[in-house]
Design a protein around this ligand. Structure first.
Ligand code: MEV
Length: 313
């Protein structure tokens, strides 16, 4: 019998991506309607533990003794959880299915790991504080992304809006008044790892200018937090616009992202920017409820691959 055991959400970075890697604050929110689901199927005794990643071409990961030494993120995550719980791999298959677009800046990798680990906890009939779960997901993020700040796994594991500074306890962001976002997927896949390492090269080759850009993004995030907590959405929109310009200077935008950002502003969004690693993936815009439909239509007419809307609260 199959049990739909556990799931994990996608995430959206509102402000501060990339600079967060350098110790600046960042604000991110869960995107709960896009999720990764883990389904457990019990297997015959002695058949072992395996994972089927449906959206990665049904990739089958057999988690046996040999997989302890390879760097397969799903196998490593499973072993870390088995060790922590003090159990042997159970006889089961966990099937992971996701409607979060891959390589799009929405945290699909962290959601996959989180759903998998929650399913293992379900099989073992155990619970784990979010803080501990987050530590394991972060370890796996390092395999995916090299030097991640930890914001993706944190917002996905806690599934709450967060104000995040690398190395500090995440703070729950207080949203004074719910607000709407429209999200548009460029349809262009992009590697966060490559974008993060290109920003690192920029930083190493031109430290003064790059540090200024990073500092300016950090200041915008502080202002953005005040705007969200104080219900000042026109200001928040302007802050998002400025953040996008700074990300462009960090070289992580792309023509399609710039086009959709411009189109959203023209269609009445209060502000718009790329979200996540950039170079492709998704852009977000802050909208008042009356323009959600027209902004979405305009983004689609201008080449967006898909559009979504969500309320942040
Ligand atoms: C990726 O979602 C966010 C980045 O800031 C990288 C990170 O924080 O690890 C680009």
């Amino acid at each position: 019998m199959n049990i739909l055991a556990r799931s994990a959400c996608a995430k959206i970075i509102l402000l501060g991506e990339h600079a967060v890697v350098y110790g600046k604050p960042s604000i991110a929110v869960p995107f709960s309607t896009l999720r990764t689901f883990a389904t457990i199927a019990a297997s015959p005794v002695g058949s072992g533990f395996s994972i089927t990643a449906v959206d990665l071409d049904n990739q089958l990961t057999v988690v046996d003794q040999q997989s302890q030494t390879v760097e397969d993120p799903l196998a490593v995550a499973s072993w870390k959880m088995f060790e922590l719980l003090g159990i042997s791999p159970p006889d089961a298959n966990i099937s992971l299915h996701s409607n979060i677009p891959i390589a799009s800046g929405m945290g699909s990798g962290a959601a996959l790991t989180t759903a998998l680990l929650r399913a293992i906890l379900h099989i073992a009939d155990r619970t784990l504080p979010n803080e501990k779960l987050n530590e394991i997901v972060y370890e796996i993020e390092k395999i995916h992304h090299g030097t991640p700040s930890g914001i993706d796994n944190t917002v996905i594991v806690y599934e709450k809006p967060v104000y995040f500074v690398r190395g500090l306890e995440p703070e729950r962001l207080k949203v004074a008044h719910p607000f709407s976002l429209v999200i548009a997927d460029t349809g262009v896949s992009a590697s966060t790892k490559v974008a993060v390492s290109d920003v690192r090269k920029l930083y190493d080759n031109n430290r003064l200018v790059t540090q200024q850009l990073i500092d300016s993004i950090g200041e915008l995030v502080l202002e953005g937090r005040q705007a969200i907590e104080g219900n000042h959405f026109v200001e928040l929109g302007a802050i998002m616009n400025r953040n996008h310009e700074l990300l462009k200077e960090l070289t992580v935008s792309a023509p399609m992202l710039d086009k959709l950002v411009e189109c959203a502003r023209q269609a009445g969004a209060l502000g718009a920017k790329l979200t996540g690693g950039g170079r492709g993936g998704n852009m977000i815009c802050l909208v008042t409820p009356d323009v959600i439909g027209s902004v979405k239509s305009s983004l689609l007419a201008n080449g967006a691959y898909r559009v979504y809307d969500t309320i942040v609260q």
